[in-house]
Design a protein around this ligand. Structure first.
Ligand code: ZN
Length: 237
């Protein structure tokens, strides 16, 4: 396995736990740098506890390539089916990011409040598992559900899972971490703005296009925040 990619994945797990995006649950994966038909993700473990020895290879049907008896995440199909549907996606996060969940059960869509979350424009779609599978335990526990979720995500960066959490995608580990943290922040800011009352002025789609044009994986803000969050999570810079 590629050493630096594995280390970035471990760092990302620790950052996401430290920044309040992931708690005991949730996971991040990265497409395999040498084989686009595989991805890398840890065994079933709280993200803050992940080490490089816990990182495993999976095929896009989310079978472990060499399981060695290890426990796997039940919702790993979110990752495999997203990589199948989106050749541009190189990293995926599934979280239960707490401030985002209210928007998954409300009629108020999650919309970009500030430029740091322009990738949410015009609003994050909501996947309601009940529409495709009736009454379930809400988990994306097989490939069929993962595929249905990927259709709701479509070409977007973020989709919410009704009463459950969200999925965030990116072109690099650093970019997907940036987006996941900004999504949680945007949800918090939007709730605060709604509390002020009156009509709100969200980012216009035209503004979002301009922000997104300078928010690619090489953007300054992504590298700068990654280094800060990495140090804050106690990882060597
Ligand atoms: Zn989940």
């Amino acid at each position: 396995m590629n050493h630096s990619v594995v280390e970035d994945l471990v760092t990302a797990s620790h950052i996401l736990a430290n920044e309040g995006v992931l708690d005991g649950l949730g996971h991040i994966s990265v497409r395999h740098p040498d084989n686009p038909q595989w991805y890398l993700m840890s065994r079933s473990l709280a993200p803050a506890l992940v080490t490089s020895a816990d990182v495993m290879e999976y095929d896009l049907d989310s079978n472990a390539v060499d399981r060695q008896g290890r426990a796997l995440f039940l919702e790993r199909f979110i990752h495999g089916e997203t990589y199948k549907a989106r050749s541009d996606v190189m990293a995926v996060i599934h979280s239960h990011s707490p401030t985002v969940i209210p928007f998954s059960i409300s009629q108020t869509p999650l919309r970009p409040v500030f430029n740091g979350a322009a990738f949410l424009s015009p609003s994050a779609p909501v996947f309601d598992i009940r529409q495709v599978a009736g009454m379930t335990d809400l988990l994306i526990g097989n490939g069929e559900l993962g595929k249905a979720l990927s259709m709701t995500l479509a070409q977007g960066a973020v989709a919410l899972l009704r009463g459950h959490g969200n999925v965030v995608v990116g072109e690099t580990v650093q970019q997907v971490v940036y987006r996941a943290v900004q999504t949680e922040l945007n949800a918090r800011l939007q709730l605060q703005a709604v509390g002020l009352g009156g009509p709100l002025i969200y980012l216009a789609p035209e503004e979002a296009v301009k922000v997104n044009a300078r928010s690619g994986p090489e953007a300054i803000q992504i590298g700068r925040t990654w280094e800060l969050w990495k140090q804050r999570a106690g990882r060597q810079v």
